[in-house]
Design a protein around this ligand. Structure first.
Ligand code: NAP
Length: 322
């Protein structure tokens, strides 16, 4: 099936990956964004529209079957794009990794007339699919541990801007998901060693490096504690905010789920956390448009909206799952 799919933030790193993936699958991307000149430089027909101009957004979405929003900070872009998608009667998918913006989207759009899938990307979407697959139909877990084994993390400007907005919204405090709720705290994150499987092997990680998975997973799984870990090398790169290099990171996402005495483990490996977000978002869009989503309206995470093991299997060219 060939569809016409709007990409908002088409000039960005992730937007360009999404556009490439849409072309690869035979879809027609519409390139949306705020800057006409930068859009035109992409060499395809631009559809400029600022997020504070609803009429321009409506014109830009004309003829689209769905919209994928890759423009962060999502605290600014998600609300207007969701409203425009609802006016157009089309699904909305985003790649937001901003915990506060993701929470807003889940809280504010339970009654949406069109389907909304936030955080359909490396952070938020992938670990949700992995944990759901590991649970194999169970909906309860005592603990979920998500260890991110990134060999480096040179962030894009969009990631840094989104992180700054989130940090400001939480008053500079940290977040953790414990006793079934998200809680603010000011504790220093401990460094521990995580036993990543071969070939990465044991790595020093910061424990409690909370990512968007603490929003997506609890929307459909009852979990007491979700703890996220990040390799200290990647956390240091992020803190130093170096320029994104030509050599992308490799990643290992190691998910361990404990329910009583039962422990399950599932691991995904691949390369480039920005590039992998494109097949995740586009696969989701494909499934929605071909009637392979469990929902047609409201807001849902990847683990709720899709057959998680089948979804992961479909990405076998991009991800190795063990
Ligand atoms: N969940 C995940 O795993 C995941 C994965 C990838 C990306 N992301 C998130 O996606 C966002 C984009 O990442 P990126 O790597 O593509 O960043 P990027 O390369 O810096 O690109 C940022 C994009 O956002 C657009 N933008 C920023 N503010 C905007 C605004 N107020 N109105 C309209 N457009 C705006 C930029 O447009 P201009 O060109 O006009 O500046 C550009 O197209 C970030 O928030 C990042 O954290 C999350």
């Amino acid at each position: 099936m060939s569809a016409t799919i709007a990409v908002y933030g088409a000039t960005g790193t992730t937007g360009r990956h999404v556009t490439t993936e849409l072309h690869r699958r035979g879809h027609t991307p519409l390139l949306l964004g705020r800057d006409h000149t930068r859009l035109t430089a992409l060499g395809e027909h631009p559809r400029p529209a600022a997020v504070d101009d609803p009429a321009a957004l409506d014109r830009a979405l004309h003829g689209a079957d769905a919209v994928i929003n890759t423009a962060g900070p999502f605290a600014t872009t998600a609300g207007p794009l969701i409203a425009a998608a609802q006016r157009a009667g089309i699904p909305y998918i985003d790649v937001a990794a901003e915990i506060e913006a993701n929470l807003d989207t889940f809280r504010q759009h339970t009654d949406s007339p069109t389907l909304i899938i936030p955080a359909m990307a490396f952070y938020g979407g992938l670990a949700d699919l992995l944990a759901t697959t590991a649970l194999d139909g169970d909906t309860h877990a005592d603990e979920i541990h998500i260890a991110y084994g990134l060999t480096s993390w040179h962030p894009t400007p969009g990631t840094l801007a989104a992180g700054a907005v989130s940090a400001q919204r939480r008053g500079g405090r940290r977040l953790r998901y414990t006793d079934g709720t998200l809680q603010h705290h000011d504790d220093t994150l401990p460094t521990v060693t995580w036993p990543f499987p071969h070939p990465l092997g044991p790595q020093k990680v910061l424990a409690g490096f909370t990512m968007a998975d603490v929003v997506t997973i609890p929307t459909h799984l009852q979990v007491r504690d979700i703890t996220t870990y990040m390799t200290t090398t990647a956390a240091t790169d992020l803190a130093n905010a170096g320029t994104r290099t030509q050599t992308p990171e490799t990643f290992t996402v190691d998910v361990q789920v404990r329910t009583g005495r039962t422990e399950r483990r599932i691991t995904a490996t691949g390369q480039d956390i920005y590039a992998i977000s494109a097949p995740l978002a586009v696969e989701a869009t494909d499934r929605i448009l071909t009637g392979r989503a469990h929902r047609t309206r409201g807001v849902a995470s990847a683990g709720t909206a899709f057959d998680a093991p089948d979804f992961l299997h479909a990405l076998h060219h991009h991800l190795t799952i063990s």
